[in-house]
Design a protein around this ligand. Structure first.
Ligand code: ZN
Length: 298
């Protein structure tokens, strides 16, 4: 069986053709082919939706199963597939009926969940994460966070999307895309690292010893966010994912050494890398209970 997974971010829209032998056996999920198109967010809602459809269209004719799973940045009502809130990283996205727009174009079953939630579903149900109360933080342009309290039930509301990225870490600090100042995602993300070192590329900071101060600051802020999240939500496993984790050898040990044992002992690198949200959204679309829609077999 083949289906489509989509991962919508502020910079790029990834899509993949995914195959699985058994819908409820996460270990049987494989990415057959993947690609990405630029989001081109600055052109606004209609243009972004057009690019999402372009990303799906790459694979639509090659599936025998009309199911599309989408993980998107922003706050998503997974019961209806509507975007309830998005920052200016995706202009005009707030209020968009994303599921409706995609179904109108392609038909079939479409499930839309938050991108951090999709990544966590991927790590837990496809990647085999063992925790009973796993939490995931995804570091990209922003900082996403999701947590699962009951692995037995997958569907609407089963993954708790936590707005940790907009937790005020530094009162009166850097301007955030949400309109507030000092939000965690302006420090603990690729954006935060770039601002710390005043460079365009994360690689230029992480691989140049002259910018050790910028990496130190990133780790100190990251540690504070992790300690807060751990004390408040009490996860039994914390997974770290997103693009910055692909360069984790440059900062992981430093971060871990700063953390209290309670955090350091449950901290893990996500195993699926940037495939997590693609696989997770596909798995959720086939197995989760997300509002009433025609069954894909109809
Ligand atoms: Zn914010």
């Amino acid at each position: 069986m083949k289906l489509i997974g989509v991962d919508i971010g502020g910079t790029g829209i990834k899509s993949a053709l995914i195959s699985c032998k058994k819908p409820d056996d996460g270990s049987s999920y494989k990415i057959v082919h993947r690609s990405s198109v630029p989001t081109e967010a600055k052109f606004g809602r209609e243009h972004i939706v057009e690019n999402i459809c372009k990303a799906i269209d790459n694979y639509r004719s090659r599936t025998d199963c009309p199911v599309i799973g989408i993980g998107s940045a922003g706050d998503i009502d997974d019961n209806t597939g509507k975007v309830t809130y998005a920052t200016s990283a995706l202009p005009g996205f707030t209020g968009l009926d994303l599921r409706g727009a995609v179904r109108e174009r392609f038909g079939g079953k479409v499930v839309v969940i938050n991108d951090a939630s999709a990544a966590l579903v991927g790590e837990v149900y496809v990647g085999g994460c063992k925790g009973n109360r796993p939490m995931m933080l995804t570091l990209g342009t922003g900082l996403g966070c999701a947590m699962i309290e009951d692995k037995g039930k997958l569907g609407s509301g089963s993954v708790n999307n936590i707005r940790l990225g907009h937790y005020i870490l530094h009162e009166g600090g850097r301007d955030c895309r949400c309109g507030n100042k000092g939000c965690a995602e302006m420090y603990v993300s690729a954006t935060g690292l770039k601002l710390n070192g005043d460079r365009e590329k994360v690689e230029d900071i992480l691989y140049d010893p002259a910018y050790a101060y910028a990496v130190d600051r990133f780790c100190t802020d990251f540690k504070d966010v992790l300690e807060y999240a751990c004390a408040t939500y009490r996860p039994d496993e914390i997974l770290i994912g997103g693009g910055v984790v692909e360069m984790a050898e440059q900062w992981w040990d430093k971060l871990r050494n700063m953390c209290s044992p309670a955090v350091a002992d449950i901290l893990q690198k996500a195993v699926l890398g940037n495939r997590a949200a693609l696989l997770g959204s596909a798995y959720a679309a086939l197995n989760g209970d997300y509002g009433s829609q025609m069954s894909y077999s109809n």
